[in-house]
Design a protein. Structure first.
Length: 681
């Protein structure tokens, strides 16, 4: 009960005094003995001491005493002097005792109230410690802080953070920078936000305003607002209008100011006091640490993502063998950056290699390992290794790498054995001339293929062990694909999810790939949207390719006998073909290259010998034979009669090389096309 506002108990006790006095007079008029009525008068101040404040108890007791003096000393003359003194003394003693009891009661109530308030504050602090910072998301942490503070501590709460904090960067505050602009990250409470100051909006803290000064000094500020609401310039546009008490708490952690929390109370509640300020400061300090942890996590995740994306191909260049579209989808916010990667590698003979892989684990270590493996794959692909041999060498790279047994540098969740590097990989080579696709996989999901006019199926490729196991062989599979066939290479994050089995994931992928979308870019987006969803728990790498065919207008091949007279015949065949391709000006250079390569194949190799010319971005000359002996470029001495053939080829051609086949080898050379020669679209 408010001490300055009469309550029902106070009025009732005053009326009781009047009622008891009236009854005494009525009994006296009826000549009835009234000594027993004095006991009721003594009870009135005692009851008042249990219900009212000290002031109200004194008023009731004095009123009761004055009424007794007037009643027994003036109106009731027939009562003896001794009885009058006894009754009045008893009432005066009751008044004194009542005041003492009232003071003791109020003191006890105040102590109990303080204990309850302290308990409530400890409870609120405990709730804030358990609820605030449940995630590593700065925005969600700010929302939790506002939700905890509302109702139990404040009527309305807002949390404003610097924009750089939400990006993971550390804000810099320098005096004299003028107005500060923060992002309203969270808001809770019954009052509606001011227009343009809701969550997500920019809030201006005016230079010189008290909340702004608190951001610079790091000290909390208590605003007891009397009368009219402050103007935006006074309140710093922080949202203190329409309240009578506010707390502006800077959110500081590790010496860095991250933002501010504003708690307000309406006139219906008591204003904030010094203890409330200390409580808000403690809650704000704990919340600031959580926000800073989220900021640091965001920074580390952004760094890992930047590393991951820098290690992936920035673009997919045009390939004569396939049309390709690629996607990389990072894992959800709290899963960490993974080690998935993809690549589209141009090979000799207008062929192309499609690669996807996945390093088990998350974090920077997985990204760095992915970068090493991708570089190793490109290096091994550059020497034209078959898929099974490439995976064997890649497995050796992992098992023999010095970091493979370093547990201190392994990712915290790298897999069942934290000191081992384990990865999966799928490597495919497609030849647009023969339309032959050769593939091998190391613990990786099989690729999906959709031939023109057919449904989606998965290629039957022998499943080799994951990379890093060592000691087990890899096998290849060959399949002929018609032009226009779509291939989909992916990592397990696309088909594996907690709520679905692996078979369900593969079935969902089949349905997504079966959609009649002509654009490969649209197909990638459709697959990620329908199969992976928006919050995948693992990162996803996806490559969707459509095969092309280089027909007779772009490629020709001839089988040659093991006779040196075939060299001239090979030159004539090439010259006729170049004339049909409108490349007569390359005839001399091409004939010289063909002469050297065919001569070497006949002299130093074994039959059968094949010559193949491919016209694409460059003119490719290939000579194949059944020998596995690879030629070596050397510089002939002055008096040597031979040894200059490959040296001449290397000087004339843009690139040249050799690749091993199961039935021999192929020597190839690329000659630049004239600048004005029309290119195939």
């Amino acid at each position: 009960m408010h001490p300055g506002r009469p309550g029902k108990s106070f009025v009732f006790l005053l009326l009781s005094v009047v009622l008891v006095s009236g009854v005494r007079l009525a009994l006296a008029a009826a000549d009835v003995h009234v000594m027993g009525m004095a006991e009721y008068a003594v009870l009135i101040p005692v009851v008042a001491s249990a219900l009212l404040s000290v002031r109200q108890t004194m008023i009731v007791g004095l009123f009761n005493l004055v009424a007794a003096v007037a009643l027994y000393g003036v109106l009731l003359h027939g009562m003896g002097r001794t009885n009058q003194i006894t009754i009045i003394s008893a009432l005066a003693l009751a008044l004194g005792i009542s005041l003492a009891v009232c003071r003791i009661r109020i003191a006890g109530e105040r102590r109990f109230s303080r204990l309850m308030i302290a308990r409530e504050r400890l409870s609120l602090l405990s709730e804030a410690s358990s609820r605030v910072g449940s995630t590593l998301d700065a925005a969600r942490t700010a929302e939790e802080l506002a939700e905890v503070a509302v109702h139990r501590f404040a009527d309305h709460a807002t949390v404003d953070l610097f924009e750089s904090v939400l990006r993971g960067d550390e804000p810099s505050l320098r005096p004299g920078t003028g107005d500060l602009r923060l992002r309203r990250t969270a808001e809770a409470g019954s009052s509606a936000p001011r227009e343009g100051m809701g969550p997500g909006e920019t809030v201006v803290y005016r230079e010189g305003a008290q909340p702004t000064l608190g951001l610079f000094t790091g000290r909390p500020i208590m605003l007891n607002i009397r009368g009219a609401a402050p103007s935006p310039a006074d309140a710093g546009d922080a949202g203190t209008s329409g309240v009578h008490s506010a707390l502006a708490i800077p959110l500081r952690a590790r010496g860095v100011t991250l933002g501010a929390a504003l708690f307000t109370r309406s006139p219906a509640r008591d204003p904030f006091d010094a203890d409330d300020l200390l409580l808000a400061q403690e809650i704000g300090a704990r919340a600031a640490v959580c926000v800073d942890n989220a900021r640091r996590y965001t920074r580390e995740r952004n760094t890992s993502l930047a590393l991951q994306r820098s290690l992936l191909p920035p673009t997919t260049p045009r390939q004569p063998a396939v049309e390709a579209a690629t996607r990389y989808l990072p894992a959800g916010l709290f899963a960490g950056v993974g080690g998935d990667w993809y690549d589209v590698i141009p090979l000799s003979g207008a062929r192309v290699a499609l690669v996807v892989g996945d390093v088990v684990g998350h974090g920077v270590h997985a990204s760095a390992t992915m970068g090493r493996l991708r570089a190793a794959v490109r290096t091994l692909a550059d020497i034209d290794l078959p898929p099974d041999e490439l995976l064997t060498h890649l497995d050796d790279v992992i098992t023999r790498h010095p970091d493979a047994g370093d547990a201190t540098r392994a990712s915290h969740d790298a897999g069942p054995v934290a000191d081992e590097i384990v990865a999966t990989c799928l490597y495919m080579i497609y030849d647009p001339v023969s339309r032959c696709c050769t593939a091998a996989r190391a613990g990786h999901p099989p690729p999906a293929v959709m031939r023109p006019g057919s449904g989606v199926e998965y290629l039957d490729i022998p499943a080799g062990p994951p990379l890093g196991v060592g000691g087990l062989p890899f096998e290849t599979a060959e399949v002929e694909l018609p032009a226009g066939t779509r291939l989909a290479l992916y990592t397990d994050g696309l088909i594996e999810s907690p709520g679905h089995s692996l078979d369900e994931g593969l079935e969902n992928l089949q349905k997504a790939l079966a959609e009649p979308l002509s654009s490969l870019e649209d197909m990638c987006d459709h697959v990620l949207r329908t199969v992976a969803g928006e919050a995948s728990r693992d990162d996803v790498a996806l490559v969707v390719a459509r095969t092309r065919e280089l027909d007779r207008t772009h490629a020709a091949a001839w089988n040659l006998s093991e006779d040196l007279t075939e060299v001239a015949h090979a030159r004539d065949l090439a010259s006729s073909l170049l004339e049909g391709w409108d490349l007569e000006e390359l005839a001399f250079t091409t004939e010289l290259v063909i002469s050297e390569l065919v001569t070497n194949a006949i002299r130093h190799g074994s039959g059968p010998v094949q010559l193949r010319l491919i016209r694409e971005d460059t003119l490719i000359c290939e000579v194949s034979d059944a020998s596995n002996t690879a030629p070596h470029l050397r510089r002939a001495r002055m008096l040597d009669e031979g040894g200059r053939g490959l040296f001449i080829v290397a000087q004339i051609a843009e690139r040249w090389g050799t690749r091993q086949r199961y039935d021999g080898k192929t020597i190839w050379a690329e000659i630049a096309l004239p600048a004005l020669t029309p290119q195939r679209a």
